[in-house]
Design a protein around this ligand. Structure first.
Ligand code: SAM
Length: 239
């Protein structure tokens, strides 16, 4: 369970709400049961159920350890918003695979149109999906779902990363070659919509410093591409 600073004082943790319900009603944990909490900043806290007070569960911390759930490489997934629940799939699976943040992008061929108000509501839901996936997969941090961004402001962010990989369905360098060249700590991967990138977007991405890469001679679904790429990156970085 991810906990905030206000829930934790020296060796005591107070858990309320849906997490407390999960401990007492879903898992039916008894006094003395072991629970692993995470401060969301890379530290895991091994704790024991000490008491149940109404809807709250009180834990005593036994041990603090550096979380093992965070990969050595910080990968941000920028993806043209796919239709239906595909984006939610990418958020959930991308979190399991170790992505540190997600940038939903509006490109020329993105079909999804989001009004600002709706986008805020959606983002709350997206962040919740990521939090649950982070808990399930024992991540040390909760990945961040950034606000929806347009293509041109996304290009402006490229220099803030060590390396930007542009997944281009029309071809690029084999991923293996690119990864052999050098290692990096902060990487952005950019994936297009169902209809693919326009030639202009491909040119702009490379002019802004991205390396166009291919994921092979088969065209992957929009929601498959970032997950395939993440898997390869984690493998290449020893994860
Ligand atoms: N029409 C299918 C769909 O509806 O999902 C395929 C979409 S594919 C054009 C979406 C994005 O996935 C592309 O813009 C690209 O970023 C990435 N992609 C898919 N296959 C790829 C490949 N073989 N190499 C590099 N990127 C790929």
């Amino acid at each position: 369970y991810f906990i905030d600073a206000h829930q934790c004082s020296s060796d005591a943790i107070r858990i309320e709400g849906s997490d407390a319900h999960h401990i007492t009603r879903v898992l039916r944990m008894q006094l003395g049961a072991q629970v692993i909490c995470c401060d969301g900043k890379g530290t895991d806290l091994l704790a024991e159920v000490k008491a149940v007070e109404g809807d709250a569960v009180l834990l005593r911390v036994h041990k603090r350890m550096t979380s093992r759930g965070e990969p050595a490489i910080a990968v941000t997934v920028a993806q043209a918003l796919p239709k239906g629940d595909k984006w939610e799939w990418v958020l959930q699976k991308g979190t399991e695979l170790g992505a540190v943040s997600f940038l939903p992008v509006l490109t020329t061929r993105t079909v999804v149109k989001l009004e600002a108000k709706k986008a805020d509501k959606k983002r709350e839901r997206w962040q919740k999906i990521v939090k649950e996936a982070a808990e399930q997969s024992h991540r040390g941090r909760i990945p961040v779902v950034e606000p929806v961004i347009r293509w041109s402001p996304l290009l402006d962010l490229f220099p803030t990363y060590d390396r930007v990989l542009f997944a281009y369905e029309k071809g690029g360098q084999p991923l293996r070659h690119v990864l052999e060249e050098s290692r990096c700590e902060r990487m952005l991967i950019v994936v297009g919509p169902e209809g693919g990138f326009t030639a202009e977007e491909a040119e702009q991405a490379q002019a802004a410093g991205a390396v166009a890469i291919t994921l092979g001679s088969r065209i992957l679904r929009a929601e498959t591409a970032p997950l395939a790429l993440l898997s390869c990156l984690m493998y290449a970085h020893g994860e």
